[in-house]
Every structure is written in structure tokens, then in C-alpha cells.
Design a protein around this ligand. Structure first.
Ligand code: C2E
Ligand code: CA
Ligand code: CA
Length: 785
């Protein structure tokens, strides 16, 4: 309901105070009203009593005076004589002496003689009363007026002297003034069934009360509701002289009784309003004292969440200042932790050099990126160095190289990108300029490093990348620099640029692996056969089985692309087993066609240490109708020599021939050559292709042939493309030739056609002898594979 604590507190305080005030006010009003009512009733009662006493006293006075004058000689003789002048004079005298309003004589004939000489007949009610003989003093009605009157007989003359006072406003004024509250006093009568009221009451309001009063001895009091609101009324019956039903009616409106208190209540109300204002104001100020520090804390917390630190100062000495102190301590702790986290997040823990994330941020923040180059500096043979000097000195080495970089290019963003790779960004005008700077860097970084008092030689390679498009992230740029480093190393250079084309699209290539098993079933992957010509027999008696993939979208995919990928992703075993099964199927078909052909299958390095595979491959080979050969490279043995040699032994003992593939292209080792139970050695095509042009290569091939023969192995020359090379190899005592000159890798049908083509075999024989056969017998190259 309230969004502000301050408003809430203020309303709460003011509300509570208001309620208390209201309670006091209401009780005061009730008490005042109650008092006023009590007082009004008391006054009515007292006024009634006083009036009664006054009434009786006055009547007694009148009575005494009347008796006195009635027994006087003067009046009696005047009446007896019927001398009106004397009567009236006497009556006027009585009236004056008794200070009354009425002095009359009622004759036995029913005549009324008044003090002013007027004569009239006696009113019937008075007549009746007088005839009864004894008359009570009381109310008398004459004409429209009411009188308090007494009637006394004049000697034995049957004549009455009546003296009285008119009951009018003036006669009751005295009583009204005596009361302490405003009172209204009236005398009313019932004339002919109707109420004659001089008061402001409506007849119906008091009619029932009047009726009650007429039959009750004392006064009848009640509160009635009339035009003035609540009014207290007291009605008492007045004694009557002539039978007139008359009564005294005293009333007091409550409002009039409350009037004296109005000022008091008004003052109370004013005090209340002033109090309310004061309390509201004070509560507002008080609430501010509470909410201001809270707001201060809230603002500081908000800023803290935005990463800004603000010290909160609260000058009070209460819980709020304690809270502020705690808050400040907390903010300080957060700031310190943040500093440490930032330090950890952007620095390499080992060397304290900036890390990759830090470099990414700096690169992203770099405005002019067109001439920006990023170098990935790799420490060559780092694992070997680390193995030699230990982990901690190896990181010290990297740290020192980082230090040198920072010294050479103080403002350049640099970082440790991997355990053996540092990155540094710099500005260059062109690729050539960038490479020049990289070489300068290399010269500097390759200065020997002093570690723990020992001097260690360092060699580094640098790969350089330029920012790609605008969209390229810094991370992608770092990645490309790292790829450039790998590419440069593969190229055997010291510094080189990123080569987009050479890198290709590894992600796209990787997706090929998902399609491989389907391709094996659908026939998209199939087998090609490349025949080998046997110089000794003059025939083709062996073929190498090579895998092919014709992709529905990408077309022909080179085995150099997907075979290494299958090796890396664990698909190579399935692929190789498939090739071996297909090779045996081809061999069976050839066998059925009358050709005993040895099939050779390439076995990846990775599979050579896989004993399960070796067992399965050996089992498959046992089912083959003719000789099976496995081509393996020497490097295949280096990774896990024990298992590899064990499996090669297993192949040999299962009757499988082993051929050493690509001999001379890797690190050929005489040690392995000696250990391997191989029947064949295949000289790599890089030597064979130049055999006729390079004496060195020819010499190497010849020595290799001699060496292999010495070890009891047949020699196959790969990549034989020209008749000259073919003839030279024959003269060098080479055993087998494989290459485009004999045949490109081809389908089984084409292979069969070749095997049955005597003219071509004739051509090979002649070529081997160094003759140049006619074009007519030059072999037709199979077009298929
Ligand atoms: P490799 O085992 O050395 O296979 C011989 C490669 O030389 C084949 O390339 C073949 O087409 C090519 N070649 C044959 N004669 C000539 C020639 O006169 N001149 C030239 N320039 N090249 C010639 P391919 O089929 O592209 O195979 C490339 C490599 O892929 C193979 O080298 C082999 O290492 C691998 N490979 C092929 N099939 C398989 C397989 O089924 N399993 C495994 N593990 N590797 C395979
Ligand atoms: Ca091969
Ligand atoms: Ca080869």
C-alpha cells in the first residue's frame, strides 16, 4: 500500500495519535452531553419546586390581603349601597395596595364589578365555583387571561371579592433568570378540550404529558424531540379556582444546555488539530531519521551491484551506523575478492603472464584492426625441453620469453596462449613487414635463456594471422594464429602466415565421419585396385587395395583427407576391416576367374597397436584364397613398439605378408628394419619419381634395393610413371613396380581386363628391357579410378 517507509511510519504515528484524540474527544462529548442533560433535569426539578413555593407564598399573601379587605367596612358598605363609584374606587385602592392586576366584586345577581367600573356578567365556571360556597385559591380564567387568584366572601352579603395576578410572561421571568441554564417557563390551560399553550411546543408533542400531569400529584418530566432537537420538559398541575385545568410547563433544550461547553469543545478540537499537525510533522521528521540512512545504504548497494564502490557514512550511533559499518566492510571484501578474481581470470597462474582471455579482451578493444597482426610464438619441442629441465623451470622459461616480449614491445598486447605458445599483437604495414618483424622477434627470443644458473638454448616458430572480417571474434583470430603456427611448423619454416586454403574446413570434414558408416553400406565408399608389375615373373601377381569415396554432394574425396580423419575419430578400425573384407572378396572373384593375385591392404599406424583388431584381421586373412599383404609404415611402430611388433609377428605367423610402406619418406630406422619380419619394402614415390633426373635419388634407390635384398625382402618401387624410370628400376634389380605407367587404381572389372591383356604385359616386358615399344602397344589407362 505504501511504497515509502517514511510515509508509512508517518501515517502510522499520525493515525495512532488521531485515534487517541478521537477517543478523548468522543468521551469528552459524551460526558459533556451527559452533564448537560443531568443539569437540565436538575434545574427543571428545582425550578418547579421554587415555582411551587413562590406560588403558595403568593397565594397566601393574596388570601390574607383579600380577607382583610373583605372584612373592611368601606367595601361592604359601598357594595351594600350599590354606589358604583365607591366600589370601583375601593377596588382600585385594593389593587394598588396589594400590587395585583385583578380586583373585582361578584354580586349575588351574577354581576362582576371591576376596579375600572366595568360591569359584566360573571363567567359560568366562576359562577359555579362560587355557588359551591367554598372556593380554593388557584387559577382563574377571565376572558383570554389566566390569573392566580383568591375569592373571599364579603360578610353575609353573598358577594365575593376576587383578587389575582395575571399570569403572563413577566410573571415567570423571574424564575427564568434564577436558573443557571436557559429555561422556558409557561403556564398552559385546557380550554374546551384544547390546549392553550403560550410555549413554543407543538400541541401534539406535549399533549400526552399534559394528560399525565393532570392525574398525577407531582410534576411529570420527560425528554421530547421537537424542532429544537432534544428538549427536557417538566409539567406540573396548578391548583384551580374556577375549575380551569392549568399547568406549569418548564423546558430546557439540550442544545441550550450544551452551549456553555461549545467553547470548551471548540478549544479541544483546535488543540486536537494542532496536536495532529505537530505529531504528523514530528513523525515525518522522525521517519526521515530512519529512512535516510536506509536510502543511503540502498543507493550504495545499487552502485555496488553496478560495480562501483561507495563508502556509506551514517553519523548516528545506533544499529543503522552498525549496519553501515558492516556494509562498508562487506563492500571492501567484495572489492578485494573481485581484484583477486580478475587477477586469476586474466593471468596465467604458473607464469603470471596475461592469459588468452586477457589478450582477447585487448584485441576486442583495439580500434584500428586493419594493420593488426597477431603472432603465435611456439617454443619448439617444448615437451622434450620440459622433460629435460622439469615443469617448473619450463614455465620459468616461458615466463622469461614473455618478459622478453614485453620488453621488446612494451605496449603490445601479449599473453600465454598455451603451455608452449605465447601470443603478441603488433602493427605492420604488410604481410612481408609482419614476417620481417617476426624474424626479428625470433632472433631476439632465441638468445639462450639462463635457468637456475644453467644456460638453455631456445628455438621458436611463429605463425601469424591477420584479422578476418569485421565479424571475426578475437578468439577466432587467436585460433587462426595458432593454426598458422602449426602450418608453419608443418612447412618446416620459422615464420609463416596463416594459409586459409591449406586449412580447409575441418568442421565440414569432421561431419563426414557421421556419414561414413552409411557410405560404407551405400557403395559411396568403394575399393580401387592398383596392380604391381613383377619384373621377375613378367606378370601382375599383386594389387594394392585403395579406398575411394564418391560423395553425393562433395564429389570425390581424397583418402588423404578422410583416412587421417577416421584415424583421429576412431572410425579407422571399421574402415580398415571393411577394406580387408572387400579386398578378400575381390581376391575371391579373381581367383574364380583363374588369377592368383596377392592383395595388399594398408594398415594405419593407429591400428597396429590394437590387439583386438590384429586378431580379427589375421582371422579374416586366413579365409583368403590367396596371399594377403599388410602395408605398414615404419612410423606406425614408433608410438607403441612393443604392441606393434607383437601384432606384426601375429600377422606373419598367420601367413600374412608384411610390407614396409613409404620407405624413405619418414625417419627410416635400421633398428626397426632389422626387427620387422617383413617380406616387402616399398620405396616411397618421392625417390622414384626423380630417379631418372637425380643421380642422388638413383643412388639412394639402388642402395635401398641392395639393403632390402640383403635383409631378404622384395623391393617395390612406388610412383612409377615413365618408361625410363621403369627400365632403370628393372636394371637396378628392383622386384616390383607400381605406378600410373602400369595402371592407375581401377575397378575389379578393369583389373581383370588388364590381367587378360597379353599385349600390355608384352609392352611392360619390352619396356623393362629398355626398348621403346611402339605407340600401338602403349597401355590404355583405365579411366575409372
Ligand atoms: P599409399 O599407401 O602410399 O598409396 C599409394 C598412393 O599413391 C595412392 O594414392 C595411389 O593412388 C598413388 N599412386 C599410385 N601410383 C602413382 C603414381 O604413379 N604417381 C602418383 N603421383 N601417385 C600414385 P591414394 O589412393 O590417394 O592414397 C593415398 C594414401 O591414402 C595411401 O598412400 C594410403 O596411405 C592411404 N590409403 C588409401 N587407401 C587406404 C586404406 O584402405 N586404408 C588405409 N589405412 N590407408 C589408405
Ligand atoms: Ca600403401
Ligand atoms: Ca606408399
Amino acid at each position: 500500500m505504501f511504497r515509502q517507509l517514511r510515509l508509512k511510519l508517518t501515517v502510522l504515528y499520525a493515525g495512532l495519535f488521531g485515534l487517541a484524540l478521537l477517543a478523548i474527544g468522543v468521551s469528552a462529548c459524551l460526558v459533556v452531553e451527559r452533564n448537560a442533560a443531568d443539569q437540565a433535569q436538575r434545574e427543571l426539578r428545582e425550578t418547579g419546586e421554587i415555582f411551587g413555593r413562590y406560588w403558595n407564598t403568593r397565594l397566601a399573601q393574596l388570601n390574607a390581603a383579600s380577607w382583610h379587605y373583605a372584612e373592611e367596612h368601606d367595601l361592604a358598605s359601598a357594595v351594600l349601597a350599590r354606589t358604583d363609584g365607591a366600589i370601583t374606587a375601593r377596588l382600585a385602592e385594593i389593587e394598588r395596595r396589594t400590587s395585583t392586576d385583578l380586583a373585582i366584586v361578584v354580586t349575588p345577581e351574577g354581576l362582576v364589578i371591576s376596579e375600572n367600573g366595568a360591569r359584566s356578567s360573571v363567567p359560568p365556571m366562576l359562577q359555579i365555583a362560587l355557588q359551591r360556597g367554598r372556593v380554593e385559591p388557584g387559577i382563574l380564567t377571565l376572558g383570554d387571561d389566566l390569573y392566580q387568584a383568591v375569592a373571599v366572601p364579603l360578610r353575609e352579603m353573598n358577594t365575593w371579592l376576587v383578587v389575582g395576578n395575571r399570569l403572563d410572561d413577566d410573571s415567570v421571568d423571574g424564575f427564568r433568570d434564577m436558573a443557571s441554564i436557559p429555561l422556558e417557563i409557561d403556564v398552559g390551560s385546557q380550554q374546551g378540550g384544547r390546549l392553550a399553550l403560550d410555549s413554543s411546543f407543538a400541541e401534539e408533542t406535549v399533549a400526552a404529558l399534559v394528560d399525565d400531569a393532570m392525574v398525577t400529584d407531582g410534576p411529570v418530566a420527560q425528554s421530547v424531540q421537537d424542532a429544537r432537537g432534544q428538549t427536557f420538559v417538566s409539567i406540573s398541575r396548578l391548583p384551580s379556582l374556577d375549575g380551569t385545568e392549568a399547568f406549569l410547563i418548564v423546558s430546557s433544550p439540550l442544545n441550550a444546555g450544551l452551549a456553555p461547553y461549545t467553547t470548551l469543545l471548540g478549544a479541544l478540537l483546535l488543540i486536537g488539530i494542532a496536536g495532529m499537525l505537530f505529531v504528523t510533522g514530528s513523525a515525518w521528521m522522525l521517519a526521515r531519521g530512519v529512512t535516510q540512512p536506509i536510502q543511503q545504504l540502498q543507493r550504495a548497494a545499487q552502485k555496488l551491484s553496478e560495480g562501483a564502490y561507495e563508502v556509506v557514512t551514517i553519523k548516528t550511533h545506533d544499529e543503522l551506523s552498525g549496519l553501515a559499518d558492516t556494509f562498508n566492510a562487506m563492500a571492501g571484501a567484495i572489492r578485494e575478492r573481485e581484484r583477486r578474481i580478475t587477477q586469476l581470470a586474466f593471468h596465467d597462474g604458473e607464469t603470471r603472464l596475461p592469459n588468452r582471455v586477457a589478450l582477447e579482451r585487448k584485441l576486442t578493444a583495439t580500434a584500428r584492426r586493419e594493420r593488426l597482426y597477431l603472432a603465435a610464438i611456439g617454443v619448439d619441442r617444448f615437451t622434450h625441453v620440459r622433460g629435460a629441465i622439469g615443469y617448473s623451470l619450463a614455465s620459468e622459461l616461458v615466463r622469461q620469453l614473455g618478459g622478453r616480449l614485453a620488453h621488446l614491445a612494451p605496449n603490445a598486447p601479449m599473453a600465454r596462449l598455451a603451455s608452449d605458445v605465447l601470443g603478441v599483437a603488433f602493427i605492420a604495414t604488410s604481410e612481408a613487414d609482419a614476417l620481417k618483424r617476426a624474424r626479428a622477434l625470433i632472433a631476439n627470443l632465441e638468445q639462450p635463456v639462463s635457468l637456475d644458473g644453467q644456460v638453455v638454448d631456445v628455438h621458436v616458430t611463429i605463425g601469424i594471422a591477420q584479422p578476418g572480417g569485421k565479424q571475426e571474434t578475437s578468439s577466432a583470430m587467436i585460433e587462426r594464429a595458432s593454426i598458422a603456427l602449426d602450418q608453419t611448423r608443418q612447412r618446416g619454416q620459422k615464420a609463416g602466415m596463416y594459409d586459409e586454403t591449406a586449412y580447409g574446413d575441418p568442421a565440414r570434414n569432421l561431419s563426414l565421419m557421421g556419414e561414413m558408416s552409411r557410405a560404407l553400406e551405400s557403395g559411396a565408399i568403394y575399393l580401387a585396385h592398383q596392380p604391381k608389375y613383377n619384373f621377375r615373373t613378367g606378370r601382375i601377381d599383386s594389387v594394392e587395395c585403395l579406398v575411394r569415396w564418391r560423395h553425393p554432394v562433395r564429389g570425390a574425396i581424397a583418402p588423404d583427407l578422410f583416412v587421417p580423419m577416421a584415424e583421429e575419430t576412431g572410425h579407422i578400425r571399421a574402415l580398415t576391416e571393411w577394406v580387408l573384407e572387400r579386398a578378400i572378396i575381390s581376391q575371391k572373384a579373381l581367383h574364380a576367374a583363374g588369377y592368383s593375385i596377392e592383395v595388399a591392404v594398408n594398415i594405419s599406424a593407429r591400428l597396429l597397436s590394437d590387439t583386438d583388431f590384429a586378431k580379427r584381421a589375421a582371422a579374416l586373412a586366413r579365409q583368403a584364397p590367396n596371399q594377403v599383404s599388410f602395408e605398414i609404415t615404419e612410423t606406425a611402430i614408433i608410438d607403441n613398439p612393443v604392441a606393434a611388433l607383437e601384432n606384426i609377428e601375429r600377422f606373419a605367423s598367420n601367413g600374412v605378408h608384411v610390407a614396409i610402406d613409404d620407405y624413405g619418406s619418414g625417419l627410416s630406422s635400421l633398428a626397426y628394419l632389422k626387427q620387422l619380419p617383413a617380406q616387402e619394402l616399398k620405396i616411397d614415390k618421392i625417390f622414384v619419381q626423380n630417379i631418372t633426373s637425380s643421380q642422388r635419388d638413383a643412388l639412394l634407390v639402388r642402395s635401398t634395393i641392395d639393403l632390402a635384398h640383403g635383409l631378404g625382402m622384395n623391393v617395390t618401387a612406388e610412383g612409377v610413371e615413365t618408361p625410363a624410370a621403369f627400365a632403370l628400376l628393372a636394371s637396378l634389380n628392383c622386384d616390383l613396380a607400381q605406378g600410373y605407367l602400369i595402371s592407375r587404381p581401377c575397378s575389379l572389372e578393369e583389373l581383370m581386363a588388364l590381367l587378360g591383356d597379353d599385349r600390355r604385359l608384352q609392352y611392360y616386358k619390352q619396356t623393362a628391357l629398355g626398348a621403346t615399344p611402339s605407340l600401338a602397344v602403349a597401355p590404355q589407362q583405365p579411366k575409372h579410378a
